[in-house]
Design a protein. Sequence first.
Length: 156
Amino acid sequence: MKNPISLLLQIPVPWVFVLAYLVGVGLEYLWPLELHPEAPSKISIAGGVLFAIGAGIAGWAWVIFRRAGTTTVPGQPSLSLITRGPYRASRNPMYVGLALAYLGEAGMLRQVWPVLVLPLTMAYLNWMVIPVEEARLREVFQGRYDEYRASVRRWI
């Protein structure tokens, strides 16, 4: 029988964001939280901008991975150490982009609960997923990864 944590790590990270958002939507349905009546249109516009920025960052990072022929699956060995593009500013730009898109979606739909659920998703990534990924990168790339890690922040 597999360890529950290893089973959880097999859920692709984009689906983690989707599932977390759906939990927030369920909570929104059960216990609606109202935004200030004058805020919704501004929040919707800001949400759309945030969604576009986040999707753009995540997509850009994903395209770089695909072109390099390396994996996006946590725990699988990478073929390349990606340090260009958005990886110059963050070791996890896909996750940063997905979080921004998630917040943008919540803004566009004017939903509060998904925003309140997001810190749990980020904690899971920070303390469960990323350490597994970093251990694999250190195994494969050794000193090169340590140098990269020392010069680029985990998030932003």
